[in-house]
Design a protein around this ligand. Structure first.
Ligand code: F6P
Length: 532
């Protein structure tokens, strides 16, 4: 990183040691335009980064740093379908999934026509299900969709279905089965009728063991009621990039929704993986969700670098991590409907940028992704926020709020937002809790940075823009850190080990030798398992 932009890196390092001594509140006094400089509004979102520990000089250097690191070219390269995932020799064209442009000279025509074909398939499917034209194998209308998937094949649709749940336009119930212990399905099956439930195996690879194992228990449950596996399979749908595997599994050809290699799992909510969104809220709402993301794409691609929301968010993260020493950051939504957002961002940011080898195959000597964590605001205030205010760690925060209160609960929303704004203010200015009497235990030093991202309203469009914002922020940071954000080899090794350990846990055994600790774990489990 340093060798690409030595001058800016050194300037920023010097500025950082200076800034560790500055107070954010004093920076407001020094610059009457601070609020404007560090606020950007676009696509129904407003980013207020004025409570971050930086000033104009730092930001000017950060944007120069981004330029030197090649951010503008990298943005264009991604939109034009360049190979931005070199370890898998692939483009990452999630932006094509939400493009409404009749044609884009940079995107191969077959990709755009594939995207439109799948969108039409989703539209028709939704119309058939919602109108009741599509019946289950026993001839009754479909009442429930059971989505079986993990990671990127679960977190995005779950986030959106939870966030928009008040806007549902159909009676269809959507359930998610992700955890593997069987108890999750035990709870769900009491709410489901096998005769009127459609199951979606959501798996880009169609090889993920957790998903396939869950699909197997669901299939067995349906078989026992439908008494005919062909009937069961006619109520199964696959969303996958491997049509062949889905066909061999017995999914009917027409029930297979394609995604493609060039869509990363954690970037796939805009593809057929978003089917449950379209089923629950209608195809129009799904298109609005895509349109919201597209507005953010247009902004990302065209706004000047210093007024570019994803670039600002990304470069603030770089400043906090690489110059001010943050090891983590907290994402704290003050909106119950966004309860799934922290988990979604964890996969997006940590699976993308949690890496230590750069694009030249060399270990990096600087930090890449910080730990992303967080929880709903009110829960946070009564659990971990104490540490944010008075702990020894430096942890920047993103607060996410919606500015449209539910009509029924106006005052609740006032109290909610008062709490959020109070947290951001207290983190920044600090002070003495409970009065003026000096007491070190009650003292908050403040000067802890945060940003507030406000949504005009929490609807399909703005949610699309919010998710796209974080996707692009992640990409900007990957460019600066010189890493490939679109692979995840670190996850794969665990999958490989799991396969051999599973063989050792069941009656067969693998040829793989395990370390003594793992051997002991296997032995202890087998002893208890076989005696239970
Ligand atoms: O968590 C690892 C991962 O490989 C993710 O990247 C992906 O989203 C998830 O597994 C699920 O994979 P698949 O959609 O292939 O089942």
């Amino acid at each position: 990183m340093k060798e690409n932009a030595t001058e800016q890196f050194d300037i920023l390092s010097n500025l950082a040691s200076d800034f560790k001594k500055k107070r954010i509140i004093d920076l407001f006094k020094a610059d009457p335009n601070r609020m404007d400089t560090f606020s950007i509004e676009t696509a129904g979102l407003h980013l207020d980064a004025s409570k971050q520990l930086l000033d104009n000089t730092v930001y000017a250097q950060l944007t120069k740093f981004a330029v030197k690191m090649g951010v503008p070219e990298a943005v264009e390269n991604m939109f034009r379908g360049g190979i931005v995932n070199p370890t898998e020799n692939r483009a990452a064209l999630h932006v094509a999934l939400r493009s409404s442009k009749p044609s884009d000279p940079w995107i191969p025509e077959n990709i755009m026509s594939d995207v439109h074909n799948v969108l039409s398939k989703i539209e028709n499917f939704v119309a058939d299900v919602v109108s009741g034209r599509l019946k289950s194998s026993t001839g009754i209308p479909i009442t429930d969709i059971l989505m079986i998937g993990v990671g990127g094949s679960n977190l995005g649709p779950k986030l959106v279905c939870t966030a928009l749940r008040e806007n549902e336009s159909t009676r269809l119930r959507i359930k998610f089965l992700d955890h593997l212990d069987g108890k999750g399905f035990d709870n769900l099956k009491h709410q489901l009728d096998p005769e009127s439930t459609f199951c979606v195996i959501a798996s880009k690879s169609f090889t993920t063991s957790e998903t396939l194992q869950n699909a197997a228990i669901v299939e067995k449950w349906m078989d026992s009621s439908l008494k005919d596996n062909q009937r069961t399979k006619s109520q199964f749908i696959a969303i996958t990039a491997d049509k062949g595997k889905a066909l061999s599994y017995g999914i009917p050809k027409d029930n297979i929704f394609r995604i493609w290699d060039w869509v990363g799992g954690r970037y796939s909510v805009w593809s057929a993986m978003g089917l449950p969104i379209a089923l629950k809220f209608g195809f129009t709402a799904f298109k609005e969700f895509l349109a919201g993301a597209e507005s953010m794409d247009d902004h990302f691609r065209s706004a000047p670098i210093e007024r570019n929301m994803p670039i600002m968010l990304g470069m603030l993260g770089v400043w906090n991590v690489n110059f001010l020493g943050a090891h983590s950051y907290a994402a704290i939504p003050y909106e119950e409907r966004l309860r799934e957002l922290p988990s979604y961002l964890q996969q997006l940011e940590m699976e993308s940028n949690g890496k230590r080898i750069d694009l030249n195959d060399t270990p990096i000597d600087y930090d890449s992704a910080p730990v992303t964590w967080g929880a709903l605001g009110i829960d946070a205030q009564h659990s971990f926020s104490q540490l944010l205010h008075q702990g020894t760690r430096f942890i920047p925060v993103d607060f996410i709020i919606s500015l449209t209160p539910p009509k029924k609960y106006m005052t609740n929303h006032d109290v909610l937002l008062a709490n959020c704004m109070a947290q951001a203010k207290a983190l920044m200015i600090g002070g003495n809790s409970g009065g003026t009497e000096a007491n070190p235990h009650k003292e908050m030093t403040g000067n802890r940075p945060s940003s507030i991202i406000s949504m005009e309203a929490l609807d399909a469009k703005t949610l699309g823009a919010l998710i796209a914002l974080y996707e692009h922020k992640t990409y900007v940071q990957s460019v600066v850190w010189k890493i490939n954000p679109f692979d995840q080899w670190g996850v794969n090794l665990g999958k490989e080990f799991a396969a051999s350990i599973f063989a050792d846990l069941s009656e067969t055994s693998s040829t793989e030798e395990h370390d003594p600790s793992t051997e002991e774990q296997i032995k202890r489990y087998k002893n208890l398992r076989n005696n239970s």
